[in-house]
Design a protein around this ligand. Structure first.
Ligand code: GLC
Length: 384
């Protein structure tokens, strides 16, 4: 409570503007004695991780609080880069949806505080299609006729998410139940899901350029009004509402199933973590309190369409009005599937996105890409 001085918050590019808003509100409330500063890293998840790792390896106090992707907890905690936040979370835990709390729990401890959640959604242009079909197969065949689908197909974390949605939907698993073996290329789910995506590019359901798209490029493409569908996260809703060519003619809903399979949305999101090298851990804690406050959590949802991590926020009338799909979103997040939990998850993911991207860009057959990914995952597992 007596924290003073400066506290730095690091995150990826503030595409939505929510981080600027949150920092401004903090400074209005606590300045000038306690002030927060924003440092923006590149938009790509992989780049954000690299930037944080460089600082932690140098034991630098540059980032007091880092907005850590849900997939990095195991790695950062086992590197001993984060404060143990278990005591802080003890009396707050019950307010949070369980899935986001699980993403920041590792080895029996809680290593940060959920900030925003995420679930992959399907956006559509209502001038071209009237609703989301029941299966991905129908989405692609409509897309082929009505302008196409865009998604995140570049070789980075986003492609792992987009691929796993289809792969899990087709019945695939990345690791064995005990996490010690890769099952990625077992059975036919992988080749089925990957051939489906490769064919989509070949037959024009998706433009070839998706193999270079991350979230910002897919959003820009959809906002030209040319495409029928876009796979993206909830943040795109608030930005589409402001985009000239789609603001009046788009809608969004949960993803369909892969023919014959189950729904398999991927759980995303970010947690606030405190660096053990922070020179102002008290200030960092104040900032985390602020991010979790009802005012900020409601603004994140109502103004920036970011998925709340606390169940009650979804019921707020302001949130219900600003994001009409709030109930579907809460359900999506509660049921979404997590990516594999492992200290070497980034290497596992790289094995997936590199090989999937090679297949999408025609450099490798789906069969070879799956086999290569499986062996790259085995290699990653053997390093710890
Ligand atoms: C979103 C998700 C995050 C995911 C990333 C992939 O930011 O919240 O979990 O890893 O997209 O690009």
């Amino acid at each position: 409570d007596s924290a003073k001085g400066e506290v730095t918050y690091c995150q990826g590019k503030d595409t939505s503007g929510n981080a600027h808003y949150m920092i401004d509100e903090f400074n209005k409330k606590y300045g000038p004695d306690l002030k927060a500063k924003l440092v923006e890293f590149p938009a790509s998840a992989d780049e954000q991780r690299n930037q944080f790792i460089q600082r932690q390896q140098a034991k630098s106090g540059d980032c007091d609080v880092f907005s850590s992707d849900v997939i990095w907890t195991a790695e950062f905690a086992s590197q001993k880069w984060l404060y143990d936040m278990t005591p802080y979370m003890e009396d707050k835990k019950a307010d949070y949806i369980e899935a986001p709390v699980e993403t920041v729990t590792y080895d029996g401890k809680i290593w940060g505080v959920p900030e925003t959640s995420d679930a992959g959604l399907l956006y559509y242009n209502t001038d071209k299609v009237k609703e989301i079909p029941a299966t991905w197969q129908e989405v692609y065949s409509t897309a082929q006729k009505e302008g196409g689908i865009v998604y995140q197909g570049a070789a980075y974390e986003g492609l792992t998410c987009d691929f796993l949605e289809l792969f899990f939907g087709a019945g695939g698993e990345v690791l064995s139940e005990d996490g010690t073996k890769s099952t990625f290329a077992e059975g036919d789910a992988g080749v089925k899901a990957l051939s489906f995506m490769v064919d989509g590019i070949k037959n024009g359901a998706a433009p070839k350029a998706v193999t270079t798209y991350m979230e910002p490029e897919s959003l820009t493409a959809f906002q030209t009004g040319k495409y029928a569908y876009m796979r993206n996260w909830p943040y795109a809703y608030a930005l589409n509402k402001k985009a000239e060519k789609v603001k009046g003619n788009f809608d969004v809903g949960p993803q369909p199933t892969f023919e014959g399979g189950e729904k398999a949305g991927i759980l995303g999101g970010h947690n606030s973590v405190i660096s053990v090298y922070s020179k102002n851990p008290g200030g960092a804690l104040k900032l985390i309190d602020h991010i979790g406050s009802p005012e900020i959590q409601t603004a994140y949802a109502a103004q920036f369409s970011l998925s709340p991590v606390k169940a009650a926020v979804y019921d707020d009338p302001k949130v219900q009005e600003a994001i009409p799909f709030a109930n579907a979103l809460r359900e999506g997040i509660t049921n979404a599937r997590a990516r594999p939990v492992s200290p070497v998850y980034p290497q596992i993911s790289q094995a997936i996105y590199k090989n999937v991207n090679a297949a999408l860009s025609g450099q490798q057959s789906p069969e070879d890409a799956m086999k290569q990914a499986q062996s790259d995952i085995e290699k990653a597992l053997s390093t710890f």
